[in-house]
Design a protein around this ligand. Sequence first.
Ligand SMILES: Cc1ncc(COP(=O)(O)O)c(C=O)c1O
Length: 400
Amino acid sequence: MAFLADALSRVKPSATIAVSQKARDLKAKGRDVIGLGAGEPDFDTPDNVKKAAIDAINRGETKYTPVSGIPELRKAIAAKFKRENGLDYDWQQTIVGTGGKQILFNAFMATLNPGDEVVIPAPYWVSYPEMVALCGGTPVFVSTKQENNFKLTAAELESVITPKTKWFVFNSPSNPTGAAYSADELKALTDVLLKHPHVWILTDDMYEHLTFGDFKFATPVEVEPKLYDRTLTMNGVSKAYAMTGWRIGYAAGPLQLIKAMDMIQGQQTSGASSIAQWAAVEALNGPQDFVARNKAIFEGRRDLVVSMLNQANGIVCPKPEGAFYVYPSCAGLIGKTAPSGKVIETDEDFVSELLESEGVAVVHGSAFGLGPNFRISYATSEELLEEACKRIQRFCGACK
Ligand SMILES: Cc1ncc(COP(=O)(O)O)c(C=O)c1O
């Protein structure tokens, strides 16, 4: 439509939201559907966090806040970075946004000019390239390999850096693969970045608290302090504290960048919800046992799903270190005929046939820039996961 802005032609709707909608539509028609598409914990927000929000309302904390957030939350964020990551930030070097999404968007908005390139390892979280394109930049993809557990190697990173590269987007543990980089694996990448001083690092640490076994989370500036002056370290309360609907994300970085992001946010949404900010203060400063408890639950679910998927004909499922996703390959089913009679030619065919024939909703890998794979979110009960995996096994066994 001529009335709409050209910028709209640069973005695609979210495939993950589309899958959730399709699953809801089928359910509304009475179909028995198990949705494994959504990227949010199935737990409720902890009671102490809810209470902090209710107390804030009762105290009358219901007015506009400073654009970058209330000082109490910004100080809690600076303390979190020190306590958990060994990073030194003044609280003025932090910013609070309406979800991690706004932080990322405003970082790109504040820095990208036409022609600027943003390196994004694939598979990637669906919003990165769309945000970059909306802000006028050019996403540059670099594929990882399943045999490397979807982790980018130093040579792969080196191969895509050009004089136009402005940002390198790093996400560990990853959405959609769950892959998480150890400090040593990350050091290989930060060594490359040290050689290219014009490249800034945007690290999305959203799934920091969801790592399993004795895996130790690492973030770029912790591994390579020399990158401090050109790294934006982003995080949020959505996944760690089951607070997706509260919409609080945050970041810390060089003061000039934070001020530029504050300027954009000031003409856009201003401060995030005052009530949600007080809830986030409690999430960060209060007891942390919720995090450990849920991590253990997710780990059990990961083990169940990986084991059952690897028993399905034609599926190969790596065992990721974190997040609540697995990213199995369905290459073994490409070229086969589904029970409906349709030949499976792509991962998109695979997921749509699986949904039609067994009522299991997953997201095709090509939506995340690397296939033939599919993403399963295991943020749902063990009973449902077991049933879903049985149905996947049955479906794969029926493809000839
Ligand atoms: C990798 C990654 N980054 C950022 C976000 C955004 O989180 P928020 O809910 O804080 O906007 C998500 C949410 O799905 C995500 O998966």
